[in-house]
Design a protein around this ligand. Structure first.
Ligand code: SF4
Ligand code: SF3
Length: 543
């Protein structure tokens, strides 16, 4: 075994990638990611044991977020970027350690690496399997993956200028706790739920940041065809990058198209003023291997999901920013004021052909909490009259496994008196099907990106109030979620914290759940995998 990673749904054989990631992650990068996480845990221990005031840790707080974000599946494949980040974090760690008086610290807070080779050696010794007990390991990793997702959302909020010191304090508390192999399984289960609690806080913070700056999402039709101008495709989740790119391309004759998780940007009132925002190109992340070929222009990744390009021609058109990275692709850094210079991308776009058309028509979305509240009377009346029997929360991620066709078939076979509430890239499995509407309410209501699963929770809590039930689980809402990477882990933990029971998770349960931890999730929260479409629909509809 030369590496070990089991953090995502596509992990090899459902148990762990041991030679090279199914995602394309190399052994070298896997070890560097393990070492970076270990370094962050050391920093967390210094903060916790040294009782450091988190509010005074500006740069360290921000770097901890981006370091965690870099290790999310498909965010960053660039070994050099990890080496640079580890060096930066070790320097910050040592400066911080020098300020506290605690002497007994874990190796994570004191180790040194003299060379790139020693980073590899150290990384190999501090990875996931360093914890012997498989249940403790499982809980430690579930918490760590939840923190990665939380860090991603908190980082987006930070880019908009919103922070919450309590989130940073919790990230340090939880990271430090995962170094302590002496914590019991019960203590770690409690910490897992607390991670979900802060997941809600982080998603609420990002929701506030997004809606304060960009307005509340509105029902919007998004063009999925193409125009004739040369263009840039922007992928990932960061809306501030889209804003800067749209500003810089204004009047240049270059259009901007959103890709995958950037689609919901169209729903915000702020972005509607840009004529150069031409539409959404393509589908979920994993289809990029073909769709980037036909796009013809440059592509900017603001976050995950990057798929290693098949050809040098496509690789040469990829740019990255924030926590994302790919070997050989230019990485665009922000200046001290957060400003980015996208002129090399715009210059490249001008030399290339316009995108080739791969589909035509429009998508409808924008059903975040305020928009749904605006329709509340209609929705409540439809439920009371029996026109809507059940809502299905089908948020989460998409992925390339064939077994995910389940979600398309599930959406197609759901009875006509049901409505799908979605968020995240999971929607691409069914958002282009003609599923119709119920009295003018579309049968697929897209709230936005994966973090906008928060909106779906807010909607559920509102329905609980409107229908006067004492338990969120008494509402006619079922949860059938597709998961792939660690943002889906924090969304899941957030739902568990909110008391949602009987969530079905597919296409497979996480490989990082040990049999005992899986049993706890099944017995305490009613978590289940997926079965056949017909059986599951019968089960959910109570037939
Ligand atoms: Fe494997 Fe997923 Fe880890 Fe990539 S991120 S190495 S596919 S488990
Ligand atoms: Fe998708 Fe990668 Fe997770 Fe934000 S873009 S949901 S998989």
């Amino acid at each position: 075994m030369s590496m070990f990673c089991y953090q995502c749904q596509e992990t090899a054989k459902g148990t762990g990638c041991e030679i090279r990631g199914v995602c394309g992650k190399t052994e070298e990068v896997a070890k560097l990611q393990d070492l970076l996480i270990y370094t962050l845990k050391g920093i967390a221990e210094i903060v916790v044991k040294g009782k450091v005031d988190v509010a005074g840790l500006g740069q360290i707080n921000h770097e901890v977020l981006s370091s965690l974000f870099m290790t999310i599946t498909n965010a960053n494949f660039d070994a050099t970027a990890f080496e640079v980040e580890i060096e930066k974090m070790l320097k910050l760690r040592n400066e911080l350690r020098a300020k506290i008086s605690t002497h007994k610290l874990h190796d994570a807070a004191t180790f040194e690496v003299a060379s790139k080779e020693s980073m590899q050696e150290k990384g190999a010794s501090v990875g996931v399997l360093a914890t012997q007990n498989e249940d403790i390991r499982s809980l430690q990793q579930m918490i760590t993956y939840g923190l990665k997702g939380m860090a991603a959302y908190t980082h987006h909020a930070l880019n908009i200028g919103k922070e919450n010191g309590e989130i940073y304090a919790f990230i340090y508390e939880a990271l430090a706790a995962t170094l302590n192999d002496g914590l019991s399984a019960d203590e770690l289960v409690a910490l897992t739920l607390k991670t979900g609690q802060f997941g809600v806080t982080a998603m609420a913070l990002l929701d506030e940041a997004n809606t304060t700056k960009y307005g509340h999402p509105q029902i919007t039709e998004v063009n999925i065809g193409v125009r004739k101008n040369p263009a840039i495709l922007i992928s990932g989740h960061d809306l501030t990058d889209l804003e800067q790119l749209l500003e810089q391309t204004k009047g240049t004759g270059v259009d901007v198209y959103t890709h995958s998780e950037m689609l919901p940007a169209h729903y915000y009132p702020f972005f509607k003023k840009y004529d150069n925002l031409a539409g959404n190109y393509g589908n979920a992340w994993w289809k990029q291997v073909d769709e980037f070929v036909s796009f013809n222009g440059p592509i900017l990744f603001t976050t995950n999901c990057i798929v290693p390009p098949r050809s040098e021609e496509v690789r040469a058109r990829i740019f990255t920013t924030n926590a994302s990275g790919y070997p050989g692709c230019p990485h665009i850094e922000a200046d001290a004021n957060g400003k980015k210079d996208f002129s090399p991308i715009i210059a490249m776009a001008k030399t290339l052909k316009a995108p080739a058309e791969i589909e035509t028509g429009k998508l409808v979305g924008g059903f975040a909490h305020e928009q749904v509240f605006a329709l509340a009377d209609k929705v409540v009346a439809a439920v009371k009259s029996g026109a809507i029997k059940k809502f299905f929360v089908m948020a989460g991620c998409d992925g390339r496994m064939k077994s995910r066709e389940y979600f398309t078939e599930f959406a197609q076979k759901l009875p006509m008196d049901t409505v799908i509430l979605t968020a995240g890239c999971a929607k691409y499995r069914y958002n282009k099907l003609a599923l119709g509407n119920i009295g003018g309410i579309p049968r697929v209501l897209d709230a936005g990106q994966c973090n906008d699963s928060y909106s779906l929770a807010v909607i559920a809590l509102k329905l609980k109030e409107v229908f006067g039930v004492d338990d969120i689980n008494k509402l006619p809402i079922a949860y059938n979620i597709g998961w792939y990477e660690q943002k889906a882990v924090i969304v899941l933990l957030a739902l568990l914290y909110l008391g949602v029971k009987n969530i079905h998770l597919g296409p497979t349960l996480p490989g990082f759940l040990s049999p005992n931890v899986a049993k706890v999730l099944v017995e305490t929260f009613g978590i289940a995998g997926i079965g056949t479409v017909d059986d599951d629909i019968k089960l959910f509809m109570g037939a």
